[in-house]
Design a protein around this ligand. Structure first.
Ligand code: AP5
Ligand code: ZN
Length: 216
């Protein structure tokens, strides 16, 4: 199963990805996570990406495409994969098609999680992450089961992503909203787009996602 998970910032890609990988044994490839790990490890690529991410802009296509090509060349992707946050524009979508075609592969489905932009501003400003394992929570919608303790690792320290601060959120949304429609149309024309209503509880969104995946 070769999947793309798309949606505006905060639509719930990461949240749904965590649920998908528990059910379907495929690697989760999040370009955002790859960049955050590179920033943390202060690699050359991380240093380059940081200025774009902190401003809410996209990292240049040639950098992202290179990273994804390298990741998709790894053996664990031959039985399937789930891309999260890639592609984000037509240049990346076409590059992805080419990478897969060259390898005799193709996408089976693009899951597009749709949430109205005003809801996203609230979600992003209320998001916080576990400092130890990176698990994502939300002050309004998804609190840890025990207050102050991470459900996943038991950690007690949390932080807010730099790009969730109000000044960056607006630009992140503007940049992505502009690119979203052509990307949706591109996959609609290929007949592999599945629109999911992301304005439901996390569990109900997943029910809809799962329904698509089991019927592929
Ligand atoms: P990335 O990390 O991919 O950020 P993003 O696309 O902005 O998406 P998010 O991770 O913010 O949101 P999400 O959709 O995963 O939502 P989540 O599940 O956390 O990328 C970061 C940056 O890296 C980009 O801005 C760019 O600079 C760069 N980058 C990455 N990929 C790139 C590419 N291909 N090209 C160029 N640059 C690239 O949910 C959000 C919150 O809402 C959470 O608190 C969650 O608990 C809550 N929530 C989730 N679902 C629900 C629900 N159903 N109801 C209520 N709350 C919910
Ligand atoms: Zn944790």
């Amino acid at each position: 199963m070769n999947l793309v998970l798309m949606g505006l910032p905060g639509a719930g890609k990461g949240t749904q990805a965590d649920l998908i990988i528990k059910d379907f044994n495929i690697p989760h490839i999040s370009t955002g996570d790859i960049f955050r790990a590179a920033i943390k490890n202060q690699t050359e690529m991380g240093k380059k990406a940081k200025s774009y991410i902190d401003a809410g802009n996209l990292v240049p296509d040639e950098v992202v495409n290179g990273i994804v090509a390298e990741r998709l060349a790894q053996d664990d992707t031959t039985k399937g994969f789930m891309l999260d946050g890639f592609p984000r524009n037509l240049v990346q979508a076409k590059a992805l098609n080419k990478m897969l075609e060259d390898d005799g592969r193709q996408l089976d489905a693009v899951i597009n999680i749709h949430v109205a932009p005003d809801v996203l501003v609230d979600r992003l400003s209320a998001r916080f992450m576990c400092k130890n394992c990176g698990a994502s929570y939300n002050r309004l919608y998804h609190k840890p089961k025990v207050e102050g303790t991470c459900d996943v690792c038991g950690g007690h320290e949390f932080f807010q992503r730099d790009d969730d601060k109000p000044a960056t959120v607006k630009n992140r949304l503007d940049v992505n909203i502009k690119l979203n429609t052509p990307l949706v149309d591109f996959y609609k024309n290929q007949g592999i787009l599945h629109n999911i209503n992301g304005e439901q509880s996390i569990e109900d969104v997943y029910k809809d996602v799962r329904e698509v995946l089991v019927n592929l």
